[in-house]
Design a binder for this molecule. Structure first.
Ligand SMILES: [Zn+2]
Length: 403
C-alpha cells in the first residue's frame, strides 16, 4: 500500500496507524483569492515494523513548506520563557567555563532562541530556511544564514560549535541523514547537541493526534531517536520532559564517550518500556482514542449550534488545521479563528477556509471557543479571565489534564 522507505532504518514494512485523510499543508494559510489553487496530500501516520519509528508516508516538498511560512516563534510569552530557560540550563551545565562559546541554531526562526544565548554571552549563528522570518532575525541583530541545514551547509559554515540547538525542527527534516552528518561535522569533540522534539509517548498519553501534520515527518520516542543517532555515531547522554508544544522531550547528545550517561535518561527509557510506548498495540489504542475524540468534539459543537450559540476557534495553529480538517469543521460551524500573529491577518485556514481574524478585531464575542491552541492553555485562560467570568465557554478538544 505504500512505497515508503523508513526515514530512520531504510526498511519497507509498515503498519498504518491513523489515516487523517487528504489535507493541504497545515501551515498553508492563504488569501481567499488563492483557494482554487490549493493542493491536498495524504496525511497518514505509519509505524515501521523494524525500528518502530512513527512517521508520515507522504512528504510535501520542503521548498513548498518552509520557504514562505508565517510561523513566528517570538509571538508568545510561553515560548519566550521556554527559550530562556532552555538556554540558561544548557549554558550553566555545558558552557560556563568557555570564554566565548559558539552556539548554532538549526531552524532558528526569528532568532528568539539565539537571542537568549547571545544575552548569556555566546557567539551565535542561525540557519533558517524561511526568507521573511530569517530577515526578521537579521534585523534584530542575530546573524542568520537563509538556507536549509544539511551536510553541504555545514561544510560552508566550516567552524565548529560548542553547542548546536535544534528546537522543534528535528522531526521536519526531509534530509534527515544529511542533517545528522552536518551536526556531527560541526560539533566540537566535547560539544553538545540540544535537540527538542514532540514526544510520542505524551502524544499517546494526551491523545494529541493533532500534532500529526505534514511538517512533522517523524514522531520520536527515546528508543526511536536513539536508533537514528546511533546510526550517525552520536550518543544521547541525558534528557528531560518539557511542557512546550503540548509535551516535548529535550535531549543532550554528544560524540560517543565524551559525556557521562545520566541516570535520569535510564529512568525515562524504563518508563517508556513499561508503558510499551513503541508497541503496535499502543499505537492502535492511540488511533482508537483519536476517533473517540472526534465524536466527543463534534457532539459538543452540535449541541452548541443547535441551541443557537456562536462558536469561534481560538488560535490558528497548524495543528488546529489537522483537527478541523479531520473533524470536518468548516466556517458554517465555526465562522472565525481568532489569532494574534499579524502575518495571518486576512487569510483563511487551509482546507476548511475559515477566516482568520485578529483577536482585538472581533465583530462580537462568541458564546464559546473551540480552543485549537490548547498547548497554551494556562496563558489563554489567564488572558481570557474576564470572558470566563462573563460566561464564555472554553472547550479544549485536546486536553492533557484529561489524560
Ligand atoms: Zn524503520
Amino acid at each position: 500500500m505504500t512505497s515508503l522507505i523508513c526515514r530512520v532504518c531504510d526498511e519497507r514494512q509498515f503498519d498504518l496507524i491513523i489515516d487523517l485523510g487528504d489535507q493541504p499543508w497545515g501551515n498553508g494559510f492563504i488569501p481567499p483569492s488563492q483557494i482554487q489553487d490549493e493542493k491536498s496530500y495524504p496525511l497518514r501516520l505509519m509505524r515501521c515494523r523494524s525500528c518502530e519509528t512513527a512517521q508520515l508516508d507522504f512528504t510535501v516538498p520542503k521548498e513548498e513548506m518552509f520557504v514562505n511560512h508565517t510561523y513566528l516563534s517570538g509571538i508568545t510569552k510561553t515560548l519566550e520563557t521556554h527559550f530562556r530557560e532552555t538556554a540558561e540550563r544548557a549554558t550553566d551545565r555545558f558552557l560556563k567555563d568557555k570564554p566565548k562559546p559558539r552556539v548554532l541554531d538549526i531552524g532558528s526562526n526569528d532568532g528568539m532562541q539565539l537571542q537568549q544565548y547571545k544575552d548569556l554571552g555566546c557567539d551565535v549563528l542561525g540557519v533558517e530556511s524561511a526568507i521573511y522570518v530569517s530577515s526578521i532575525a537579521v534585523k534584530s541583530g542575530i546573524p542568520t544564514t537563509n538556507s536549509f541545514f544539511n551536510l553541504e551547509t555545514a561544510h560552508e559554515i566550516g567552524d565548529q560549535f560548542d553547542l548546536i540547538n535544534a528546537s522543534g525542527v528535528f522531526f521536519h527534516l526531509e534530509e534527515l541523514h544529511s542533517v545528522c552528518e552536518g551536526i556531527k561535522f560541526l560539533l566540537k569533540p566535547d560539544g553538545v547537541f540540544v535537540v527538542q522534539f514532540i514526544y510520542m509517548k505524551l502524544m499517546q498519553d494526551n491523545i494529541a493526534f493533532d500534532q500529526i501534520y505534514h511538517e512533522h515527518l517523524l514522531y520520536y520516542t527515546l528508543k526511536t531517536i536513539n536508533t537514528l543517532l546511533k546510526r550517525h555515531n552520536l550518543e544521547m547522554f541525558d534528557a528531560y520532559v518539557s511542557p512546550i508544544h503540548g509535551g516535548s522531550m529535550i535531549a543532550y547528545v554528544g560524540h560517543p564517550r565524551h559525556h557521562e550517561k545520566a541516570e535520569n535518561l535510564a529512568s525515562l527509557i524504563r518508563e517508556e518500556e513499561q508503558s510499551q510506548t513503541n508497541s503496535l498495540q499502543k499505537y492502535l489504542e492511540f488511533a482508537e482514542a483519536t476517533a473517540k475524540s472526534r465524536e466527543k468534539t463534534n457532539s459538543w459543537l452540535k449541541r452548541n449550534l443547535e441551541s443557537g450559540k456562536v462558536v469561534y476557534g481560538l488560535g490558528a495553529p497548524v495543528k488546529g488545521n489537522t483537527l478541523l480538517n479531520y473533524f470536518g469543521i468548516g466556517p458554517e460551524k465555526v465562522p472565525y479563528l481568532t489569532e494574534r500573529n499579524p502575518l495571518r491577518k486576512g487569510l483563511v485556514s487551509p482546507g476548511k477556509h475559515i477566516p482568520v481574524i485578529m483577536d482585538d478585531e472581533l465583530p462580537k464575542l462568541p458564546d464559546a471557543y473551540l480552543v485549537l491552541a490548547w498547548n497554551f492553555k494556562e496563558e489563554i485562560l489567564k488572558r481570557h479571565a474576564t470572558d470566563i467570568v462573563n460566561g464564555i465557554e472554553f472547550f479544549f478538544p485536546v486536553d492533557p489534564s484529561d489524560a
